[in-house]
Ligand binder design. Structure first.
Ligand SMILES: *Cc1c(COP(=O)(O)O)cnc(C)c1O
Length: 227
């Protein structure tokens, strides 16, 4: 585990350097979905500081199993409105907000918890009809609406490009997300700070870093293949 994490840190550093960026500006989200709490604990002991989970029930069990560690938890999966309350209780950052309905539910529960919930807006960057994420053409309006919700803080955008064997093919989708981020940033919407770009996974994170990623979400390269 330690060796794998060191390899990834080196690859992140090299990709950052090549892009003229600082490695410290790129966060590693270790994606631990389907991995047992014991394995996840090993990753934290080996230096992981952010864990990414996709399923609420599974995440809840692991958060409880790892309560003694100071690791941050991020939610990266599809979030149903009826799970908003639990999500607010567990996660430092929710990457996958893609509707006003979900945002309203998160805002309500965050208000009850006296919390300002940090969120990213998930964008359906290739406008694939079956995929989750807000359409590119609707992202700015959604963020404007969410900006008025007092207990939410929009911190940036997240995307999952279509799957390719050749990671280079994902590049246009990453650069499109960055362009959208810059466009929204230029609007200077109050209560919105577009600092984070959550993009890049095991197969393509170096390309994502070249295109401006600030949060790479890596599972397989750390934990091995999922069952
Ligand atoms: C599973 C998952 C990842 C990690 O994928 P790997 O290819 O295993 O690195 C990243 N992001 C999301 C949204 C995921 O569901």
């Amino acid at each position: 585990m330690k060796k794998k994490l060191e390899d990834i840190a080196t690859r992140i550093r090299n990709a950052a350097e090549k892009a003229g960026r600082k490695a410290e500006d790129i966060g590693l989200v270790a994606v631990s979905k389907t991995m047992e709490a014991e394995i996840v604990k090993m990753a934290v002991e080996a230096g992981v500081t952010i864990l990414g989970e996709n399923f609420i029930q599974e995440a809840r069990d692991k958060v409880h199993a790892l309560l003694s560690s100071s690791v941050l938890w991020h939610f990266i999966g599809h979030l149903q409105t009826n799970k908003a309350k639990i999500a607010v209780g567990l996660f430092d950052l929710i990457h996958s907000v893609d509707s006003l309905k979900l945002a309203l539910a998160l805002n309500r529960h965050a208000g009850r918890d006296n919390k300002v919930q940090k969120i990213l807006i998930q964008v359906n960057i290739d406008d694939e009809p079956t995929k989750t994420g807000v359409a590119v053409s609707e992202a700015t309006d959604l963020i404007r609406e969410i900006s008025s919700l007092e207990n939410l803080a929009v911190r940036g955008l997240m995307t999952m490009p279509p799957f390719f064997d050749a990671p280079e093919k994902a590049r246009p989708y990453f650069s499109a997300l960055r362009a959208l981020r810059d466009h929204i940033s230029d609007q200077a919407i109050s209560n919105v700070s577009m600092v984070e770009l959550s993009m890049g996974m095991t197969g393509d994170f170096e390309i994502a870093i070249a295109e401006g990623s600030t949060l790479v979400r890596i599972g397989t390269a750390i934990f091995g293949k999922r069952k």
